[in-house]
Write a protein that binds this ligand. Structure first.
Ligand SMILES: Nc1ncnc2c1ncn2[C@@H]1O[C@H](COP(=O)(O)OP(=O)(O)OP(=O)(O)O)[C@@H](O)[C@H]1O
Length: 746
């Protein structure tokens, strides 16, 4: 590698040449931008040029590219040699490409990992050939400091007959390794230089189809979902706008954590929200005045704080799971049918045409059939409107054929009179079609036990339905909604009135999707054009399993009926060291989860996790204090002290705040991720990563699925170091089988 590389001279010269071209470009752009203009179009052009200039000055000049691909095209045997960078750079005089953008079609060769039989897509065309060389560069301040040849290794590897695992485990991509080992401030960053082929497939997946990605902790799900946005906006700017992209994330703090990488990827104006914040805004106008939505954290206390009533837990679990289920969706659809069948009489529509004494009529059954079948796909209220239009047409048809038969001519005035009469008759007739109030409908369905038992799918036991109904009624009595009511209300709005199309997104990313319910994902689908969605998550990290998704089949089979989602899995983990992942995987082994594959860490070693046994709380706080100081001394910037519950976080903060400078206590109301040393409950660490994690009281996590998932989430957050603490004499049930050689005792 590096400066010893046989092509070092040639590549260094090429880089110098490229930088010289970029310097010319910079001079030219500066001149062009400085030309004052009143012309609006020119102002827009200048604005874009200013952005290009900023990129060239800030990044492009020092590190114009990170990779090179030599591609020999089939048939014509023409060799394309392209240098790939974070942004494409084009000479403005000749329009020659100096550097190819990583999102451009040909750049996919750099990521796909194929050597022979490689191809890339240019619109509908497939360009085939052979990747002769795939080369990575480490460049610092305009100098090459490392050259790594990827495809060559792959070829050697294949020709030596090594199995694929060898490539992944023994022959690890040196360039990736160098990147992962770089000092890390633990915020999310772009990975355009080291995107792996299975990640690349997801980033470049079909646009108008939902994709579901099950990926182990640290497999890059969040990162690649954001890279996919960047890819989409680059390739489909005619039909998509980044302003109409939405990223749904698990909490507000996570949003600030990802926001730094968005400008890097050129998608800084995407919308970002938690599901609850977004959906609550839509649901508020449907709620009666004075009603409130309770905090989403309430159930967490019930499920994770000690000494909670078990029956209360069971009822809550039944209620929350039902409200997020496809069974609830079905019950709502049945409710509309029930209203139609039981409340609309579907009488005959008839009236007497005085002038000729003719009676016109349409039979009730015909009207019923139209309403249920012909217009069945429309929201209820739109069906009523469509029926009115249809009845009017029918009556008009009958009148005109009658008039033709009788050879009667109707003048303008006569026609207007007939129209008016018809409107009045339709007004009267349609009074028997009740106008459905969304909120009242929901209340009737969810809080009336017998009705819900009748309309919910038979597979749901009556006992569960009764729990759902009685506990929901009690909440509604207090004029309270819970976050789990929001998705059903929006779904009801969809089937009663239809959703507002103006609000629709061009693409949505649903991160940590396992913690949303199937119905919540379905509602997001309704708000997304052509179901263009990237849904990523990890069932093993489903800490809100009392309401979340248990198996991806709930999404891949149950929601998107027109076009089933494409399903991908990622098993390679990039965040934590091998030593940390080995310990975390032991926790998952304790529980039996469907669809769970254990994370395979990339070949990056670090120190073994440490288990601290403290004899008193005072000793524990002292130990943590000195560990934090030592970690800071080593240069680690983000250190999280993670507790099982919010209460425990408060206690730890109180005990440590005086002796650890700038120690921040984080709760779910916090919007900012401050970095530095933080104390927070495990559930809030979702999606985040830290240089080091100190996990308090591992013995408090019980041997059950929920606690195991919570502990797994917390253990998979550190990039470099993991410290676990427990009181001397205590046993951590989830770590009981952890082999002694996997950690260090302290
Ligand atoms: N191809 C890659 N090259 C370099 N770093 C990578 C790559 N893929 C992922 N990473 C790094 O791995 C870390 C984890 O990524 P990310 O947070 O996106 O994973 P995740 O699957 O969303 O994790 P989790 O589910 O545990 O929250 C990040 O630091 C990211 O930069």
């Amino acid at each position: 590698m590096s400066t010893q590389h046989r092509d070092y001279e040639a590549e260094q010269n090429k880089l110098k040449e490229t930088i010289a071209l970029i310097d010319d470009e910079i001079v030219q752009l500066r001149e062009e931008i400085n030309e004052a203009t009143d012309d609006y179009v020119k102002q827009v052009v200048n604005y874009n040029k200013a952005k290009d200039l900023r990129y060239l000055e800030d990044h492009g000049r020092d590190k114009p590219y990170f990779g090179r691909v030599d591609f020999l095209k089939d048939e014509i045997y023409e060799l394309d040699q392209v240098y790939i960078g974070k942004r494409g750079i084009v000479r403005s005089d000749t329009f020659d490409s100096i550097v190819v953008d990583w999102r451009a079609p040909i750049a996919s060769l750099y990521y796909s990992g194929e050597s022979k039989d490689a191809f890339y897509r240019m619109g509908r065309e497939i360009v085939r050939g052979e990747v002769r060389l795939k080369r990575n560069f480490a460049i610092e301040d305009g100098e090459i400091v490392g050259i790594y040849d990827g495809a060559v290794k792959e070829t050697i590897n294949r020709e030596m007959g090594h199995p694929d695992e060898f490539l992944q485990e023994g022959f690890i991509d040196e360039f990736l390794n160098a990147n992962l080992n770089m000092a890390n401030d633990s915020r999310l960053k772009d990975i355009v230089a080291t995107i792996q082929s299975e990640q690349n497939e997801i980033i470049r997946a079909e646009k108008d189809r939902p994709i579901v990605v099950q990926g182990v902790a640290g497999s890059g799900k969040t990162t690649i979902a954001l890279h996919r946005l960047s890819y989409l906006i680059y390739n489909y700017q005619d039909t998509m706008m980044s302003k109409k992209f939405m990223v749904f994330a698990p909490n507000r703090m996570f949003l600030t954590y990802i926001s730094e990488v968005l400008p890097e990827l050129g998608v800084d104006d995407v919308q970002q929200s938690t599901f609850v914040d977004w959906a609550a805004r839509l649901v508020k106008p449907l709620m009666p005045k004075g009603w409130r939505i309770v905090s989403p954290d309430k159930p967490l206390q019930l499920f994770f704080e000690e000494g909670q009533d078990q029956r209360e837990q069971e009822i809550t679990r039944n209620r929350l799971r039902f409200k997020g289920s496809l069974a609830c969706k079905e019950a709502m659809e049945q409710y509309i049918r029930y209203v139609i069948e039981t409340r609309i009489p579907f009488k005959k529509l008839s009236f007497l045409y005085n002038k000729t004494k003719q009676v016109f009529s349409i039979p009730g059954e015909t009207i019923r059939q139209f309403f249920l079948e012909q217009f069945g796909a429309l929201p209820y209220q739109r069906r009523v409107d469509a029926l009115r239009k249809h009845l009017k047409q029918e009556m008009n048809k009958q009148l005109f054929s009658h008039l033709r038969e009788r050879k009667v001519d109707l003048d303008k005035q006569g026609l207007a009179k007939f129209e008016k009469m018809l409107e009045q008759i339709l007004d009267t007739y349609l009074v028997s079609f009740p106008r459905l109030d969304i909120f009242a409908a929901y209340r009737e369905l969810i809080a009336e036990e017998e009705l819900l038992c009748k309309l919910a799918p038979a597979a749901i036991p009556d006992k569960v339905i009764r729990d759902v109904s009685t506990s929901s009624a009690a909440l509604l009595e207090q004029e309270r909604l819970e976050p789990e009511d929001i998705a059903p209300l929006l779904y009801l709005q969809h089937i009663i009135e239809g959703m507002n199309k103006a609000e629709h997104f061009d693409h949505t990313v649903v991160d940590e999707a396992q913690d949303l319910s199937a119905l919540e994902v379905a509602v997001i689908g309704l708000a997304t054009k052509r179901n263009s969605m990237t849904i990523v998550g990890d069932i093993a990290q489903g800490i809100h399993s009392y309401r979340g998704i248990h198996a991806w089949e709930e999404l891949t089979q149950g929601i998107f009926e027109q076009l089933r989602p494409a399903y991908y899995t990622l098993a390679q983990s990039y965040r934590s060291t091998i030593e940390i992942m080995q310990c975390a995987n032991e926790v998952l082994r304790q529980i039996d989860l469907p669809e769970t594959v254990l994370a395979k860490p990339v070949l990056r070693h670090g120190e073994k996790p440490v288990m601290v046994h403290a004899h008193s709380r005072a000793e524990l706080w002292d130990d943590i204090r000195s560990r934090v100081a030592a970690l800071q001394q080593e240069g680690f910037q983000t250190i999280a002290i993670v507790t099982k519950t919010i209460l425990a976080s408060k206690k730890a903060h109180k005990a440590l705040a005086e002796s650890i400078a700038d120690l921040t206590l984080l709760g779910s109301k916090d919007n900012q991720f401050p970095g530095g040393v933080t104390v927070m409950p495990a559930y809030l660490t979702k999606g985040l990563q830290f240089d080091a994690v100190i996990l308090l009281d591992v013995a408090s996590y019980q041997n059950n699925e929920w606690d195991a998932k919570l502990l797994y989430v917390a253990m998979t957050r550190p990039v470099h170091r993991l410290v676990m603490t427990q009181m001397a004499g205590e046993e951590a049930p989830l770590l009981a089988n952890l082999a002694q050689e996997l950690y260090t005792q302290a």
